[in-house]
Design a binder for this molecule. Structure first.
Ligand code: ZN
Length: 290
């Protein structure tokens, strides 16, 4: 596998799944049939399939620096009960592990796991089932989570655990094992790996900026789900915590990077999920780089 290389840093996609899990008109409630049809010429078949499904990748990224191996987002995971999401329910797949192996890594090599936010498709491999208990998948790793994000989801879990099973099985066991490192969402991990607050999709979502100005990569997490939200930054998706704030975040981030060589690793975009941002009418275009 060819990684993105920034001097002494390599970034590998760790793909667990790709498919059209949701219909675009439901996934983006304000999209509307007319606007979908207007854009189908550039969206289909890569970003939207023939049946109007949004093609989404479920993946994390490994950042290999000369000091650390950092996994950003840990996908859906195995054996997790997700009754409302059939395509993520009780998965039993070796794709995540094989993707790590393709990057030359095993679970023992991961030093840090960064959780851009605490949704089920980003924290699943935080834990694995061992003798009926959820234990950290990455035995040596510290798990970096944003303080307000964690507080928000643990409060929800306390109120109604059945509504957030991924917090119960993939986040709380990390806390119980004392593997967490709670930070602010603007935490500077190192000179070349920095968290960037990108709130809106969730309360304290962050993206991860890697490298140095002129040679850098932004791992977006879920600040964007489809290039449609580049063209229409105000277009929210169904699970947003605060869609207007998510829209402000997209405008701010795209404005900052649209004249830059910065490569975006857009977590949910179908492979290749890497590209640059350029202006496009009143919005922004995602120009894929392979
Ligand atoms: Zn997601």
């Amino acid at each position: 596998m060819t990684p993105i290389t920034l001097k002494d840093i390599e970034i590998y996609p760790i793909v667990e799944q790709q498919g059209a899990f949701f219909k675009a008109l439901e996934f983006f409630p304000a999209l509307g049939r007319e606007r979908l049809d207007e854009n189908s010429s550039w969206l289909q078949p890569h970003y939207i399939d023939a049946d109007g499904g949004v093609v989404l990748c479920v993946q994390g990224f490994v950042i290999k620096t000369s000091h650390h191996n950092i996994l950003v987002d840990s996908c859906v995971g195995n054996h997790k009960s997700r009754p409302t999401r059939s395509f993520w329910n009780m998965m039993n797949s070796d794709r995540f592990e094989k993707a790590l192996a393709a990057a030359g890594l095993t679970v023992n090599d991961i030093d840090y796991v960064m959780c851009t936010h605490l949704h089920g498709d980003h924290v699943g491999w935080n834990t694995r089932l061992e003798n009926g208990r959820w234990v950290p998948t990455f035995p040596k790793a510290r798990y970096i989570m944003a303080d307000r994000e964690l507080a928000h989801w643990t409060a929800r879990e306390k109120d109604n655990p059945a509504s957030v099973p991924w917090i119960t099985d993939s986040v709380l066991p990390i806390i119980a094992a004392k593997r967490e490192q709670i930070v602010r969402s603007d935490f500077a991990f190192s000179e070349t790996v920095q968290l960037m607050p990108t709130p809106g999709h969730t309360i304290d979502h962050f993206s991860v900026l890697v490298g140095r100005p002129g040679a850098d990569v932004l791992i977006t997490g879920d600040m964007i789900h489809s290039p449609l939200q580049g063209k229409y930054p105000e277009l929210g998706m169904l699970a947003d915590y605060d869609s207007p704030q998510a829209a402000q975040t997209r405008r701010k981030v795209f404005d900052r990077f649209c004249e830059e060589p910065t490569i975006l690793c857009a977590t949910h975009f179908p492979t290749p999920s890497t590209g640059r941002v350029r202006r496009w009418d009143g919005g922004y275009k995602f120009v894929a780089v392979d």
